[in-house]
Design a protein around this ligand. Structure first.
Ligand code: NAP
Ligand code: MG
Length: 406
């Protein structure tokens, strides 16, 4: 075999937990290190090590990502009460994804990997729909109250000089009820808009954005205006040159258009819309094991991962020595996405081409009928065959080595 592909800049590698940690090592051993002289800045984000370092390792890995520009992350456990005892934790450490996102000020883009033989529940969706969720504010940072009959509720804002502005929410004369206070910040909306425009240019896809600005004439309208201002000032010419479009509409109109569409665009969503729509889109496209996720910061730092979790149920089977058939595709695409971006930033064509071939070999394997159990139940290929976790990777490698040789 010919010489391994060299890397000039390291990739930040964030290891993780359970079944995905097992898959992580297999992917590196079977599909990457035989071809690439892999250079990574390694951080072990497995829960044991997060606990040992009082979660400092998560912060360090995010700082390293800022420094090097590209990271690849394995799925990690977000501790809950049951994990406190299972891992004998000092504290209920926060979600690593939340910590990393806060440090990088990033937006998450989720996109399905499409293969022949598996038809989305909406068969018109022949191209991926990428959802970008604004992960700050609105109902996720709200203040709410249950109020008694006879209460008069107002919105009060006190400015720096102490001046008060009041606005009536509702006078509860004839019934008790509920009220809610929401906020968002211009700088967060701007970061979100920029990440979306940049990612659209990056992937050469149209960008859609929708709110309910006809009803919410100040709150939602602010989102619409910020997107429009940034687009006009910084992105219009670049979009025209790239032959892509920025399209704004009302959220209900967007939903109707999405259902009728063939896919192939990025759909930027406000926080709540993104929460709801990403689950709908993921379900309609098939398996969680085929959903990728990338965190993009407004200054162009990228962190790639699978959208699914650590697949705990499969891990417990694996520990008992039982055979598993866990889908590694989203994790493979996290690696290929990161290596492709590393190659692009470093002008390392060989590395980017290898990453392309890795993706091609993965898709080819499934399209030739070799797949894990989650896809086996969805595929309508006649010659389909279910394989175990490791055999699936070995099958991909057969095709990858042929592509690398040819
Ligand atoms: P999950 O790990 O995504 O798994 C839920 C179920 O979806 C699995 O039991 C499995 O169904 C199916 N599935 C998911 N990924 C699959 C794959 N690659 N191949 C085959 N089937 C797959 O979600 P969870 O069980 O709710 O969470 C487990 C742990 O992951 C939790 O500790 C959570 O905190 C963590 N988590 C981490 C991240 C992240 O790091 N980004 C995201 C979400 C959750 P069957 O059992 O029916 O086969
Ligand atoms: Mg959700």
């Amino acid at each position: 075999m010919s010489e391994k592909i060299k890397m000039t800049t390291p990739l930040v590698e964030m290891d993780g937990d359970e079944m995905t940690r097992i898959i992580w090592k297999m992917i590196k051993d079977i599909l990457i290190t035989p071809y690439v002289d892999l250079k990574t800045d390694y951080y072990d984000l497995g829960l044991v090590h997060r606990n040992e370092t009082n979660d400092q390792v998560t912060i360090d890995s995010a700082e390293a990502t800022k420094k090097y520009g590209v990271a690849v992350k394995c799925a990690t456990i977000t501790p809950n009460a049951q994990r406190m005892t299972e891992y004998d934790l000092k504290e209920m450490w926060k979600s690593p994804n939340g910590t990393i996102r806060a440090i990088l000020d990033g937006t998450v883009f989720r996109a399905p990997i499409i293969v022949k033989g598996i038809t989305p529940l909406l068969p018109t969706w022949t191209k991926p729909i990428t959802i970008a969720r604004h992960a700050y504010g609105d109902v996720y940072k709200n203040t709410e109250m249950q109020v008694a009959e006879g209460s008069k509720c107002e919105l009060v804002c006190t400015d720096q000089e102490g001046n008060e502005t009041r606005s009536l929410i509702y006078d509860f004369k004839d019934s008790a009820g509920v009220i809610q206070g929401l906020h968002n910040k211009d700088n967060s909306i701007r970061s979100f808009a920029k990440a979306c425009f940049n990612f659209a240019l990056d992937t050469k896809q149209d960008l859609w954005f929708a709110t309910k600005d006809t009803i919410s004439k100040k709150y939602d309208h602010r989102f619409k205006d910020i997107f429009a201002e940034i687009y006009e000032a910084e992105y219009k010419e670049k979009f025209e040159a790239a032959g892509i479009e920025y399209f704004y509409t009302l959220i209900d109109d967007a939903v109707a258009r999405v259902v009728r569409s063939n896919g192939g665009y990025i759909w930027a969503c406000k926080n709540y819309d993104g929460d709801v729509m990403s689950d709908m889109v993921a379900t309609a496209f098939g398996s969680l094991g085929m959903m990728t996720s990338v965190l993009v910061s407004p200054d162009g730092v990228y962190e790639y991962e699978a959208a699914h979790g650590t697949v705990t149920r499969h891990y417990y089977k694996h520990l008992k020595g039982e055979e598993t058939s866990t889908n590694s595709v989203a994790t493979i695409f996290a690696w290929s996405g990161a290596l492709k971006k590393r190659g692009e930033l470093d002008g390392n064509k060989e590395l980017s081409e290898y990453a392309e071939k890795l993706e091609k070999a993965t898709i080819q394997t499934i399209e030739e009928g070799v797949m894990t159990g989650d896809l086996y139940v969805l595929s309508h290929l006649e010659n389909k065959k279910k394989v175990n976790t490791e055999d699936f990777l070995l099958e991909i490698n057969k095709r990858l080595s042929a592509l690398m040789a040819g």
